[in-house]
Design a binder for this molecule. Structure first.
Ligand SMILES: [Zn+2]
Length: 71
């Protein structure tokens, strides 16, 4: 008698609904959705674009403290 054969538990890998980080709409988080955790291609592109911009904004190198001590 196999222990893992629990009735009601489907054999499909974890597919669940999450809210899309970009538009907050329900997005299917499953292997079926290549854009997970986003709801679709557009939202993923949007979010990645925004992320890249943020990255550019903070891409300024940290202040070189040694430069202030030169004088
Ligand atoms: Zn979305």
């Amino acid at each position: 008698m196999p222990i893992d054969d629990t009735p009601g538990v489907s054999a499909t890998p974890a597919a669940k609904w999450v809210s899309c980080p970009a538009c907050r709409q329900p997005a299917l988080y499953a292997p079926d959705n290549p854009y997970r955790p986003f709801c679709g291609k557009l939202c993923r592109a949007t979010d990645l674009g925004r992320w890249a911009q943020e990255e550019f904004k903070v891409a300024v190198p940290p202040t070189d403290v040694s430069a202030e001590n030169i004088e």
